[in-house]
Design a protein around this ligand. Structure first.
Ligand SMILES: Cc1cc2nc3c(=O)[nH]c(=O)nc-3n(C[C@H](O)[C@H](O)[C@H](O)COP(=O)(O)OP(=O)(O)OC[C@H]3O[C@@H](n4cnc5c(N)ncnc54)[C@H](O)[C@@H]3O)c2cc1C
Length: 438
């Protein structure tokens, strides 16, 4: 096998971005992806002509991923969905008090409640997230929001923006920052789904000379005397290499490294709090209730969004909608969650079953393998594994405060930057040593 500078394990967003960043810096890269497709959780599948992301995916316009995609010049068409919609409370629908009109017409809140919601939103926009990484979301909400219904609305906003419901452990700062970014800059649904990101990143990586090997799994990251020596693959190949980025989940990365219990990989695995959802993705001939595109559950952790209102996801007018049930820690029951999502659909769109073209149900999919939370012994995750020189991690679990795909992208940029810094340090040393020797 051709000698390369860096091996990257995983061809999701983190792996592709790390590969591009390093290739742009002049490194030769081998990217290993165990499945037959690139994209990981950002891939899109075509079912009977309807394009399904793996659950509803929204690109945060003010986030790190979008910033990098713009910097790369990716062409991502699509638009911002309107957030005019409905709130679900006690199995009934009412206008969502998410915009001024919805707030005025909402029957969920009396006038004092409406004023309190407004003042909570102002507080949220003014709060300094940097001072709140050690306060739980619950503690912030309980101390700042007295009105129980306003608190329900606030938690629902937080669930929607972070895809996570774990208020006793979620660090308030990063959540408030994410909610703020989504209220201020909004999100974008993408024509062709997130595959349009993956395809353009793949093309860019290939143009930059990245060697992408699909259907090839890394099984061991070899190291000796505290330094990376190579990567062993499932087909028996060993790639001799001194720098590796693993974007596999924390538990999988841990298993690939002999003696990992004596490294930070053990803590990162043990302290990780994955966030999972049940996602019911439907392609429909038409929406039974024409103007019902968006709904948020206040007393149930559910969410509905018609993605076709803002993105082209079929060529024949088929409509793609996503329903999500946010699983709190351990709160997962595939059958019960599916029927909750079907009931939610029936509440919003009675008779929807007659319109189904295709469906996809993902009962307990990991949205992120970890997120900023309390209870971490120390520090942030990655990019270096300090005990093993040349070993780096990235992926949505290696967040330094970012959320979701923003964490995957930002951590990949960090890992690539650390390798460039470490190796240019080595090159400088070699040059200096050479100069001194002469
Ligand atoms: C239902 C759902 C909804 C979401 N909605 C949003 C959203 O609205 N906005 C947002 O910003 N984010 C969203 N996300 C999160 C986003 O999809 C992920 O954060 C992001 O795609 C993760 O990228 P990654 O590269 O870190 O991980 P992955 O995409 O999981 O990529 C890791 C890759 O590594 C490969 N791999 C693993 N082990 C090995 C091995 N040993 N050898 C070789 N390859 C290996 C895997 O096959 C995979 O392709 C959502 C996720 C889900 C599931």
């Amino acid at each position: 096998m051709k000698k390369v500078d860096v091996a990257i394990i995983g061809g999701g967003l983190a792996g592709l971005i790390a590969a591009i960043e390093l290739a742009k810096a002049g490194k030769s890269i081998l990217l290993l992806e165990k499945s037959g497709n690139l994209g990981g959780r950002a891939m899109t599948v075509n079912k009977n002509g309807a394009l399904f992301n793996l659950g509803g995916h929204a690109l945060y316009v003010g986030g790190e991923a979008n910033r990098i995609f713009e910097q790369y010049g990716l062409k991502l068409t699509g638009s911002k969905p309107s957030t005019k919609g409905l709130a679900i409370w006690d199995n009934k629908l009412s206008p969502l008090p998410g915009d001024p009109k919805g707030l005025l017409s909402s029957k969920l809140l009396g006038w004092p409640g409406k004023a309190k919601l407004m003042s909570t939103l102002v507080k949220l926009m003014r709060a300094d997230p940097a001072t709140m990484s050690n306060i739980s979301l619950r503690k912030w909400a309980e101390s700042e929001i007295g009105d129980p219904m306003v608190r329900h609305i606030f938690y629902a906003l937080c669930r929607t923006a972070t895809y996570t419901t774990d208020p006793d452990y979620q660090a308030a700062g990063p959540v408030l920052k994410q909610v703020r970014s989504s209220l201020k800059s909004g999100v974008k649904y993408l024509d062709g789904g997130w595959q349009s990101i993956v395809d353009q990143l793949q093309e860019m990586a290939i143009t930059l000379g990245v060697d992408i090997q699909q259907g090839k799994s890394a099984v061991e990251i070899k190291h000796d005397h505290g330094k990376v020596q190579g990567v062993v693959c499932s087909d028996g190949d060993t790639i001799l290499i001194t720098s590796v980025i693993s974007t596999a989940p924390p538990a999988a990365t841990f298993l690939m490294v002999k003696g990992a219990e004596n490294t930070v990989l053990r803590r990162w695995k043990d302290e990780a709090r994955p966030s999972t959802v049940a996602s019911l993705d439907l392609a429909l001939k038409r929406l039974p209730v024409a103007n019902s595109h968006f709904a948020i559950g206040l007393d149930q952790p559910v969410f509905f969004s018609d993605h076709s209102r803002a993105a082209r996801l079929s060529d024949n007018g088929t409509i793609v909608v996503h329903l999500t049930k946010y699983n709190g820690p351990g709160q997962y029951d595939a059958k019960a969650d599916e029927s909750l999502l079907e009931q939610t659909m029936s509440l919003l769109h009675p008779g929807w079953e007659r319109e189904v073209v295709s469906r996809q149900y993902l009962p307990n999919i990991s949205v992120v393998h970890d997120y900023p939370h309390l209870g971490r012994t120390k520090g942030e995750v990655g990019p270096e594994v300090p005990e093993i020189q040349g070993l780096y991690v990235s992926g949505d679990w290696a967040s330094h405060g970012e959320m979701l795909a923003d964490a995957a992208v930002a951590s990949a940029v960090r890992a690539a930057g650390s390798i460039v810094k470490a190796t240019s340090g080595a090159n400088n040393r070699t040059t200096m040593e050479g100069a001194l020797a002469h």
